[in-house]
Design a protein around this ligand. Structure first.
Ligand code: SF4
Ligand code: SF4
Length: 225
């Protein structure tokens, strides 16, 4: 008698629960797991890891989200897709509607933070090049911050802002340094030494490289002139 014939009827019967029992339905493809790992291991998710994995899809985040009120964007959907490691998040423009107000984080009953998830996903989008179109217009602010040690209104925006704010604002900006002198306030920007120390931090942390990658200084590294 062959081994096959020795098997009892119950042994050869297919176990109806085998699919569930081997748990294969819940395994993610590797690429998806990498995205999940990247999100939860980011320092911004330090206090939200458990919340990330225990999202109950209640939708409270979406109900209070100002961006969701006016656009097709949904933080509840982002929480679900991030948990699934959905790679289409890396080419999804809707997550740029979020403006980091943190209402979702404050209201989430599980301690999740779609605000942080979005920031991480956006960083990855920029890193991969796809998201550059969403941040390149801000590179002038970054340039000014790097060059002068503080943010402000870069010159390239003066014309538009002057038109919006009117001639009084333009006059104030034109005479700002004199006004500050009269008031005894001194210069507006940090000292050269302070700027140089800040630049050292920005160089070491990769901030300057990141600015160049999104088009600051015309895409040419100022330290490699
Ligand atoms: S509020 Fe929290 S638990 Fe509810 S859907 Fe949003 S992220 Fe998930
Ligand atoms: S942080 Fe973003 S996702 Fe969260 S409520 Fe505010 S706009 Fe919506």
């Amino acid at each position: 008698m062959t081994d096959e014939k020795k098997k009892t009827k119950s042994e050869t019967k297919t176990n109806p629960y085998s699919v569930i029992a081997d748990n294969s339905f819940s395994e993610r493809p590797l690429a998806r797991q990498e995205l999940v790992d990247r999100i939860v291991n980011d320092p911004r998710m330090h206090d939200h890891k458990e919340g990330f994995f225990s999202c109950i899809q209640c939708g409270i985040c979406t109900s209070g989200c100002p961006a969701a009120r006016f656009t097709e964007y949904s933080p509840r959907e982002i929480a679900r897709r991030a948990l699934e490691g959905d790679p289409t998040l890396l080419t999804d423009d809707t997550l740029w509607y979020c403006f980091s107000c943190y209402t979702c984080q404050a209201r989430c009953p599980r301690g999740n933070s779609v605000a942080c998830i979005n920031q991480i996903l956006r960083s990855i989008q920029v890193e991969q090049g796809y998201g550059i179109k969403h941040v390149e217009m801000f590179s002038a602010w970054g340039e000014q911050f790097y060059d002068k040690g503080m943010g402000g209104t870069p010159g390239v925006f003066f014309a538009d802002i002057a038109e919006a704010f009117g001639p009084k604002w333009a006059e104030f900006i034109a005479n700002r340094d004199e006004i500050r002198d009269e008031l005894g306030l001194g210069g507006m920007y940090p000292s050269e030494q302070a700027v140089s120390e800040m630049q050292m931090i920005m160089d070491e942390t990769g901030f300057r490289d990141r600015l160049v990658s999104i088009g600051a200084w015309g895409g040419k590294d100022p330290k490699k002139k």
